[in-house]
Design a binder for this molecule. Structure first.
Ligand code: GDP
Ligand code: MG
Length: 436
């Protein structure tokens, strides 16, 4: 809009056609008319700018535009800026400018060579203009998205193999100390990625990102999928135990959770049976450690609720077996990819670290790790491999130090002593009867 008595200056800083400058120019008639016919104000800005990242890191950019003014044919100016998320994110590593003359979508090719594999935050900005006045641009609309690095197949395979070797060494120490394989129970709310995390670790462990799902996983929003306890033996050293979701920490669910930490439940046990417990399960040793699964997207969207949930879980974990065991546990923050993709922060990786710090405070532990669960055919990422194996390594270290089975062992000894005493009494009674 032009205020009376003022030079109209459009968004590109140029004087508009109704300004005094044009009036005094003495242009030829035709040119003057063309100048006067140009719109006095820039076009309306586009809306609903969306950026979708394809597997090859090319972008599909779409937007909406109100075409109610049939006399105007808009063109769109797109600027794509690529930032290194490890740096200060002030100057882009690369900027691309392009124009879209038709339609309301564009495909932006992936960056060239090794740049395409780097972790990145991309900022996209879009302006509308007319074909006759390409410099008279609307205000800009912006969108951004981020992603982690991608490894080549060979680099990913080598990285996973080296990390797995280190973990196997640690698991050997565990089995020497405890005399058995390490059983890890996976616990968390529904749709946080519990089952997918087991599939993810399985793919990393087997060094095969094409491996099929071992655990059934549910599309978001669908009904609960994991109904019973189900164990996956990665080899003779490590077993991951999927559990029915613990949707809240109300008294009934807290009982089920406590039971998971205090006793050894067999595969096939359902949630309602957990809370009841059985004589046999109470005699079996509990798992050696736990992984609490918390989705970064749930944390972002239901912050208060998730904070309370994690606090309540941590309290139980720190006071397992009637307050006699500090249960070894770590937290896996899943949906790292979705969190980074949707982050609007100027430095999304910094925002991720802040969220992880908040989770650490709620869970009362320093051991929180952010992962994107690999699904079938995912590409490996150095950042995700590191977080995954750091998590497992930390968990093994904690489990070597803390024996979760001490209380059950004491109960077993008490039962054994009581049974022996019973046998002795019975034998004595029989002997008396025989003499008489
Ligand atoms: N983008 C993304 N999706 C995930 C991730 N982990 C799980 N999901 C999706 O979340 C949904 C629920 O996962 P699932 O493992 O079945 O959840 P559970 O109920 O906790 O066992 C599924 O649609 C998964 O594909 C992740 O790290 N990133
Ligand atoms: Mg599940």
């Amino acid at each position: 809009m032009t205020a009376a008595g003022m030079t109209d200056v459009n968004s590109s800083g140029l004087p508009g056609p109704s300004s005094d400058l044009f009036r005094g120019l003495g242009l030829p008639k035709g040119l003057k008319r063309a100048a006067m016919q140009q719109p006095a104000a820039p076009l309306m800005a586009p809306s609903n700018l969306q950026v979708e990242v394809r597997a090859d890191r090319s972008l599909v950019v779409t937007w909406d535009y109100d075409r109610s003014d049939a006399n105007v044919t808009p063109v769109f100016h797109l600027t794509v800026a690529y930032f290194d998320p490890e740096g200060p994110m002030l100057d882009p590593d690369e900027t691309r400018s392009m124009t879209c003359k038709q339609g309301t979508s564009m495909h932006v090719e992936a960056r060239d060579g090794p740049e395409a594999l780097k972790a990145c935050t991309v900022s996209v900005s879009l302006q509308a203009a007319t074909q006759t006045s390409p410099d008279l641009r609307s205000s800009a609309v912006r969108a951004q998205t981020s992603w982690d690095d991608v490894q080549s197949q060979a680099d990913g395979a080598q990285d996973l193999e080296e990390r797995r070797k280190n973990l196997v060494g640690q698991l050997d120490t565990f089995s020497q100390v405890r005399g058995c394989k390490m059983n890890v129970v996976i616990v968390g709310g529904q749709h946080h990625g519990n089952s997918c995390f087991i599939n993810h670790v399985h793919r990393c462990w087997k060094n095969n990102l094409m491996a099929n799902d071992e655990m059934e996983s549910a599309p978001a929003g669908m009904a609960e999928n994991t109904q019973e306890i189900s164990a996956l033996y990665l080899d003779e050293k490590l077993c991951l135990i999927d559990t029915p979701a613990i949707p809240n920490m109300g008294s009934e669910m807290a009982d089920a959770f406590r039971s998971l930490l205090n006793a050894g439940h067999s595969s096939g046990t359902r949630r309602r049976q957990l809370a009841q417990g059985t004589f046999m399960s109470n005699l079996r040793k509990p798992p050696h450690a736990a992984i609490v699964v918390m989705s970064l997207c749930h944390w972002r969207d239901q912050h208060e609720e998730m904070q309370g949930y994690l606090r309540a879980m941590a309290k139980e974990l720190k006071n397992a077996s009637g307050g006699r065991v500090t249960f070894p546990f770590v937290v896996t923050a899943t949906h790292r990819d979705e969190f980074l993709r949707d982050s609007k922060a100027s430095r999304p990786h910094e925002e991720l670290n802040k969220v992880l710090d908040a989770m650490k405070r709620a869970a009362n532990t320093a051991h929180v790790f952010a992962v994107s669960n690999y699904h079938k055919d995912s590409s490996a990422s150095a950042a995700v491999n590191k977080q995954t194996f750091d998590l497992l390594s930390q968990l093994v270290t904690l489990a070597i130090r803390q024996d979760t089975g001490v209380v059950v062992a004491q109960s077993q000894n008490q039962y054994l002593a009581a049974a022996c005493a019973g046998v002795i009494v019975l034998a004595a009674l029989c002997a008396c009867k025989w003499r008489l």
